[in-house]
Design a protein around this ligand. Structure first.
Ligand SMILES: [Fe+2]
Ligand SMILES: [Fe+2]
Length: 248
């Protein structure tokens, strides 16, 4: 069984929706989806319909787009619960899973950001600050999302392949001057995630969010991003699944 990775499917764009429908059949294989499918539950469900038809196993962690809420009644943590339940009900894997000598471990994360927000720490150009709604209590989002991984934070005797939506280190981003959005580092990095990747001794970590594809070694960990990204960001309209490793 082969393990593939992708992130940032953003299938609310018709072009992206059409592309994922063109993926061939990988009925013996597994796919990691490292967040940012859509904020729309119906589109998330339909995207899983397609992917679960093509892959034997689909692993997934929500990104920031999934937590956008247009519903005044519920906040983004409620949306997180809804998305996780949706996954459990349809067999999309959001918890650690062992294949022979390999553990695949999803890690929840959010970039370092304290709630409640005040005018000082709102980045007006960043949509999360308008579409995410948080409970009206003091909350450190990087710590809160990291705490959801606590049951799985231990050492493993086997190979560990972890994945998250956000980035554990700024080293995975180009220099701010080379970024289209100069403040991307402020809305991408979780130092809590970095500690957890180290704690579980991950050998390969898949991530998404920045829409900047990478395959690099940093401190003996192989970091991979393979984002489908927005149509305007792509040079070619093709889906390239990233082969990660053989799980057999
Ligand atoms: Fe994205
Ligand atoms: Fe994202």
């Amino acid at each position: 069984m082969k393990l593939y990775a992708i992130s940032d499917l953003h299938t609310d764009f018709l072009d992206n929706w059409n592309l994922i429908n063109q993926i061939g059949n990988y009925h013996q294989d597994a796919l990691i989806v490292a967040g940012d499918i859509s904020d729309n539950l119906d589109i998330i469900n339909k995207t899983f319909d397609v992917l679960q038809n093509k892959f034997k196993y689909v692993f997934y962690i929500p990104g920031n787009h999934e937590l956008w809420t247009r519903n005044e009644q519920h906040d983004s943590l409620h949306k997180l619960d809804t998305v996780i339940h949706l996954c459990r009900n349809r067999g999309v894997i959001t918890q650690p899973y062992k294949f022979k000598h390999n553990w695949i471990i999803p890690l929840f994360s959010w970039y370092n950001c304290a709630i409640p927000l005040n005018t000082k720490n709102i980045i007006g150009a960043w949509v999360d600050y308008h579409r995410c709604r948080w409970p009206l209590t003091d909350i450190d989002l990087a710590e809160y999302f990291g705490s959801l991984n606590e049951p799985y934070l231990r050492t493993y005797e086997d190979t560990v392949i972890s994945f998250s939506h956000f980035l554990p280190t700024v080293k995975l981003l180009p220099h701010p001057q080379d970024l289209k959005f100069e403040r991307l580092p402020e809305v991408s990095i979780s130092t809590v995630l970095a500690k957890q990747i180290k704690l579980i001794d991950s050998q390969i970590h898949i991530f998404g969010h920045s829409h900047i594809n990478r395959d690099v070694f940093i401190d003996n960990v192989r970091y991979i991003q393979n984002a489908l990204s927005y149509p305007r960001e792509r040079k070619q309209d093709v889906v390239n699944l990233k082969f990660v490793l053989d799980l057999d």
